[in-house]
Structure formats: C-alpha cells, structure tokens
Design a protein around this ligand. Sequence first.
Ligand SMILES: Cc1cc2nc3c(=O)[nH]c(=O)nc-3n(C[C@H](O)[C@H](O)[C@H](O)COP(=O)(O)O)c2cc1C
Length: 184
Amino acid sequence: MSQTHIAIVVGSLRRESFNRQLANALPRLAPKDFSFKQLEIGDLPLYNQDDDAKQAPQVLRFKSEIKAAHGVLFVTPEYNRSVPGVLKNAIDHASRPYGQSAFGGKPAGVIGVSVGAIGTSIAQQHLRNILAYLDMPTLGQPEAFLQGKDGLFDASGDIGKDSKAFVQSWMDAYVAWVKRHATV
Ligand SMILES: Cc1cc2nc3c(=O)[nH]c(=O)nc-3n(C[C@H](O)[C@H](O)[C@H](O)COP(=O)(O)O)c2cc1C
C-alpha cells in the first residue's frame, strides 16, 4: 500500500506548546498508510524579498519538504486574533519566488489550541484566507477550535477522553479530504 505523506507546520515555537502536543497526538489517530513529519520553521530567517533569487538553505529545505508532501496540516495557536508571525513568515518563504510556490494544489487542514474558549477561530479564518490565495483546497468541516485546559491530553500524550471522539472525527475528515485532493 502506498504511503500518503503529510507535512505538519506548527505555529508555535514554545517548548511546552499545546499545539506541538496536538501535532504529536494527531498522527496516532490516522490510518497506517498516512505518515506525518513536523517541519522546522524556527530556523527560517525573516522573509526578505531581496533574498528570493538566492533563498537560504533552510528555506530551500522547508520548500522541498512541502513539495514532497501530499498534504499540509497547519496546527496553530492564535496570536492577537491572527496567525503567529513565525507561521506567516514560513508561509511567505515557501510561497516565493513569485510563480514558484510550494503550496499550490496541496490539500490543507487547519486545527489549533488556544487558552481561550473560542481560541484560534479568528486565526484559523485568517489562515484560510491565506491558503485560499495559495490555491490550497482546505477542509471546511468540521472546524476544530480546541481549548488548552487540563485533560486535553492524557498522561500518554494522546487526546484526552472528552475531546477524543471529536478530534478523531476531524482526522477522519482530513484523511478523506487528502485522499480526494492529493495530486503528487
Ligand atoms: C503574543 C500572544 C498573543 C496571544 N493572542 C491570543 C489570541 O488572540 N487569542 C487566544 O485565544 N489566545 C491568545 N494567546 C494565548 C495563547 O492561546 C496561548 O499562549 C497558547 O498557549 C499558545 O499556544 P502554544 O501553547 O501552542 O504555544 C496569545 C499568546 C501570545 C504569546
């Protein structure tokens, strides 16, 4: 059976990040023919259009990892009612030079944890705008706005019992979405 590769981009660099924990837990809910790799974005330089003609090795690595994936999964917190700058920086890098974006056509999923009850909903809407421009078919339903509170993860790092069925339904929908839209 051929493998479907998913690149995970986490929008937080924080050591104890809830979103990183979510990114670690999500692959355990996917079928065996799906594999996941979390991409490093913390070492990317600040985007500068002057560098488009000679992108840094870290940028070329990030772009090639996106290009090699069948789909991209964004797991992000909300910062000041939008996406964190580190995530936007990574997206801008891989979208350039003009006409050489790594993202076009890749099926995307968007999910996130914040401490607020409606946390990540506005960040996700902003991200959806960006992904629409980048020509990425993005799973619309179910939306998944998770709250980072006690019990979200269990002692093994799996999704806790209260949220497990919902997050599983989200993953099932994302897997079906990627199967429908993947082109590489
Ligand atoms: C700069 C900054 C801005 C934030 N803005 C929001 C926000 O707009 N909405 C929200 O729900 N939480 C906001 N938070 C709180 C985050 O939800 C919280 O820090 C969360 O743990 C970040 O995700 P992480 O655990 O993956 O790092 C903000 C946190 C920071 C550091």
